[in-house]
Design a protein. Sequence first.
Lengths: 187, 208
Amino acid sequence: MKKLKLKAAVIALAVIMLTLATQSTYAYYTTTGKATNVVTTGGIDFIIHEKTDQGTEFPAEGVYIIPGDIVSKEVSVESACEHPFYLRVKLVYGVNQQELSAEDCFKLNIDETNWKLHDGWYYYAGVVQPGETTPNVFSHVEIVGSAVDNSYIGKTLTLSVLAQAVQSENNPISGTDAYTASGWPVA
Amino acid sequence: MKRIFALVLALLLLCAAVAPVYASDGNVVYNGNARKFIFAPGSPYSPTDLFPEFKGAMPGDSLVQRIEVKSAASDVTVYLRALGAHKDSAAFLSQLRLRVEMLEDGGATNLFDAAADKTAQLTDWICLGTVRSGGEVELDVILDIPVELDNQYSDQIGYLDWEFRVDELPAESPETGDTAQPALWGVTLMFSAGAISLLVSCKKRKRA
C-alpha cells in the first residue's frame, strides 16, 4: 500500500510538471461604459399680435371712441414653436356695466376667406407652419352708432381675442375644415 | 488613364448616392487601445446621448433610431443592459413605448419591448455577439408616442441609461518558436525534485 502511495505521488508530480510546461496563461479585459440617452417631446406655442395700421402695438389701455368711429386694430397670430398646428380664435365682447350688452356694439371686417366661423370660433383655413404669421383675423373695428347710445357714456367696452391651437402632425382633418381635427380643448 | 480616373470617380459618386444614409445614427465605439467606450453624437442634454432622432417627439409619432456598435483595434464580445429611467424622468417616460431590435442577416431579434422607463428584458446583460476589429452590430430603437398623450407631457425631457460591456477576446498571436517559460520550468523542477527526494527519504527511513 505504501509503495502504491509513493508511486501515485511521483506520478502526480510528473503530471503537474507536464501540465505546467504546456499551460498557457489566458487573461482578457472587461470594460463597461454608460450612455445617458435623452427623449424630448415638442409643444405648441403662439403669440397673438394686436397692432394698428401704423405697425405699432395697439394700446393696452385702449382708445377713446365715439359712436361711428372706425378703430384700426389688426389681429394676427404668430407661431412660436417648431411644430405646425391648426388654430382657432374667439372674439369676446364685454362692457363694465352688467345691465349693458356689448354684443352688437362692434362691427369687424373678418377675413372670411382665411377664417371660417364654426360653433362660435373662427378656424384658420390652413396650417400654421413654424415661424409663420397668419393673415389678420380682422383689421379694424367699427363702433356701431345705433347700438352705442348715451347709456354707454363713460363706460369701457372690451374686445378680447382668445386663441387655441392643436398639433396638425398625426392629426388629419376633413378637407380644410380644421374644426374636424382632434384635440380641441373642450369648452 | 484619364478615362480610368473618370470611371473610378463616377463609380465613387454612384456609391455615395446609393449608399444608405442615416441622418443621425447613434454610435458606440469601443477603443481597444484606450480600453474605453466612445458614445456619439451626444446632445446638449447629455454628452453620451445615442438618441438624436428622439427629440421634439409629438403625440402619434413612431420614431426610429439606428445605433451602430463597433470595435476598433480589438476583437470583443459585446453586451448590453438597461439601467432604467432617471428618477425625475420615470413618470414621463412611462407614457412612452420603447422597442429595441438587433439587426441580423435577413431579420431582426427583439431585445426589448416595454415602457421607456423600464429595464424589462434588458435588466440583465444581453449578449449582442462577437465583434471583430472594424466590425459592427446594428440596433434599431423604436419610440412610440401615444396619440392620446396628455398636454402635461409636452416640452418634456426624459433621461434613461444604458450600459455596454465588452470582453476582449484573447489575441491569437503567431508562433515564434520561443514559447518557453524558463523561470516557470526552473521553479517547477526544483519543487518536484524536492518533493520526490522527500518521499524517497521517507521510504528509506521506514524500511530502516
